[in-house]
Design a protein around this ligand. Structure first.
Ligand code: ASP
Ligand code: MG
Length: 589
């Protein structure tokens, strides 16, 4: 019998009428011949109310008691939902996380699921009973109640769908689906019919708050097809699966992270371990760093820039001050008036010309790019906050994201049910663990740097158009933050194309009156890819650590949700690969 998991978020169970409406959806699904599990969140803003209550008592509630408190929100919802189904004439049973056997580690307030025992769930389902499951909660080995982090009910839903090998996991929410960009910011945004897990992970991390990132990682890991749709309308919604909506489109969505801050450490001694010292200090304060850019060192010194959420700037600067002292760097600078605009698309991994198209559009709109980072499926630029909305509109337009796809989506791969029970079981043992799929070395590339380019609109466009026009496939691109009105542009190109690229860059340099152009045909790019790279923020740090211990200097870095890349000197490629393989051995899966 087909099995379906339906999840209703806080707004979808905000009052008794809404609970009854959700109950009807569950009953309808059962009448259509499915076994049904309903996962619910706390009603409306109840979790926030509970958090506020705790704060009225103390500034430092114990994490264990916080979980005891917050888990009650979902307990209210499951009881009422079970009553609603009963009142409508059907059978339902509510279950807490503990009753379902959702076992987690003991990291209160952000616990990770370790295993789920399905016996009790299965028994109820086989008796034709609708199971109402409390989202967001579990139990640790000492029977303490734990919670999975804010928004964690999505993770519960996807995890249940995975272990029960559900045919579908429907996420009912207060938006119609996933959009090409936030429709409140850009009215011409279009609802996607389908989006791939990787794109969704990138978009979610950029603030497309439709779903909890961890739940998407989960779904990807177990191949659970997710269907995001509105509780309040019959709009078909968005399918989140392995394939994008249109594999031939380079870009599927754009996102704006408005409140960012940029920090630059100036004159950092360019030696192994320097990046590690900085980022380990920041990570120790639980702050996620993005857009890491390191200027290739001159006179043995480098400038290291990165971005953090604006609200985390004060704490970040504590770490930065101590790193500057410890490393004997020249100092630091910051700008808290910046926003990040990104485009995301699985298709750009295999198409060229995407970055130039973005830079050209921004240049023509007069937007100045302050920093650039790229990864396989994402290009991010940092711009001043006043230009942020214009930049978003410009890239959305440039990639014609408002237009429906030309090609039909490829057929969706078989759902989780295709794995054998044994496979599912063994994968479940480490359900939320970091899983590294691949550690690899690419030694076919060379690095090209244009130093001291003017920090004005249009420069990146000019440079990369020139190089690309000649058919050179540019891979990693970074633009450092401008110091004294000048920035460095660095990219990697296939080694064989380096002489050509240097000559082209030299032409641009002459026109712009900047330079010099420097390059190295001896670089190695190391990539670590997998699932859980974002929620396991330590991946980049562990890479820095391993390389630093081996005395290997990191020249370029870029990070995405599914991959971290570093560029090191070519002669270290083999040693770096061996180190990284060893480091991530235990997480291979
Ligand atoms: N009620 C929890 C929260 O508000 C979990 C959830 O909504 O997913 O964070
Ligand atoms: Mg919620």
């Amino acid at each position: 019998m087909p099995l379906i998991v339906q999840k209703f978020g806080g707004t979808s169970v905000a009052d008794s009428q809404k609970i009854l409406a959700a109950a009807r959806k569950a009953i309808r699904a059962q009448q259509q011949g499915n076994q049904v599990v309903v996962v619910v969140s706390a009603m409306g803003k109840n979790t926030d109310v509970l958090v506020d209550l705790a704060r009225e008592i103390t500034d430092r509630p114990s994490a264990r008691e916080m979980d005891m408190l917050l888990s009650t929100g979902e307990q209210v919802s499951i009881a009422l939902m079970a009553m609603a189904i009963d009142a409508l004439g059907n059978q339902a049973v509510s279950m807490t996380g503990a009753q379902m056997g959702i076992r987690t580690d003991s990291t209160h307030t952000k616990a990770r699921i370790q295993s789920i025992s399905t016996d009790r769930l299965r028994q109820a389902l086989d008796e034709g009973i609708i199971v109402i499951a409390a989202g967001f909660q579990g139990i640790d080995e000492h029977q303490n109640i734990t919670t999975l982090g804010r928004g964690g009910s999505d993770t519960t839903a996807v995890a249940l769908a995975a272990v029960l090998r559900a045919d579908a996991c429907e996420i009912y929410t207060d938006v119609d689906g996933v959009y090409t960009t936030d429709p409140r910011v850009l009215p011409e945004a279009r609802m996607l019919r389908q989006v791939s897990y990787d794109e969704m992970l990138e978009l979610a991390s950029l603030g497309a708050g439709v779903m909890h990132s961890r739940s998407i990682e989960f779904a990807k890991k177990f191949g659970v097809p997710i269907h995001v749709r509105s509780s309040f309308s019959d709009i078909p919604g968005t399918l989140i699966v392995a394939e994008p909506e249109d594999a031939e489109q380079p870009v599927s969505g754009a996102a704006l992270a408005k409140d960012e801050a940029r920090v630059t450490l100036l004159g950092v001694p360019d030696r192994p371990g320097a990046s590690l010292a900085i980022f380990a200090k920041i990570a120790a304060r639980n702050i996620a760093v993005d857009m890491i850019v390191q200027n290739v060192g001159a006179q043995g010194k480098a400038d290291v820039s990165f971005t953090v959420l604006r609200e985390e700037l004060p704490t970040t600067l504590e770490a930065v001050r101590s790193a500057v002292d410890e490393l004997g760097a020249d100092g630091w600078s910051q700008d808290d008036n910046v926003s990040k605009v990104s485009v995301v698309g699985l298709g750009m991994a295999t198409q060229s010309g995407v970055a130039e198209r973005m830079f050209r559009a921004l240049a023509d709109a007069g937007v100045n790019i302050l920093m650039i980072t790229t990864s396989e499926i994402k290009i991010s630029v940092l711009v001043s906050r006043e230009q942020a909305a214009l930049a978003l509109r410009t890239v959305h337009q440039a990639f014609e994201l408002h237009k429906p796809p030309v090609h039909a989506p490829r057929p969706v791969a078989a759902p989780a049910g295709s794995a054998t029970p044994l496979e599912v079981l063994s994968r479940l043992q480490s359900m939320e663990g970091l899983r590294i799929n691949d550690v690899s070395l690419d030694d076919t590339q060379a690095r090209l740097t244009i130093n001291s380019v003017p920090d004005t609109p249009g420069v990146a466009a000019q440079v990369f158009e020139r190089i690309a026009r000649d058919g050179v496939l540019v891979d990693m691109i970074v633009q450092s933050c401008g110091v004294g009105g000048r920035a460095n542009l660095t990219c990697t190109v296939p080694r064989g194309d380096l002489p050509r690229s240097v000559a082209l860059a030299a032409e641009v340099v002459r026109e712009l009156g900047c330079g010099p152009v420097t390059s190295s045909d001896q670089v190695a790019k190391l990539s670590v890819s997998g699932i859980g790279m974002r929620s396991h923020a330590g991946v980049a740090i562990r890479m820095f650590q391993a390389l630093s211990e081996a005395g290997i200097n990191v020249e370029m870095v870029n990070t995405s949700e599914v991959q971290v890349n570093v560029v090191v000197e070519g002669r270290h490629g083999g040693a770096a690969l061996a180190r990284l393989e060893e480091t991530f051995q235990a997480a291979r899966g």
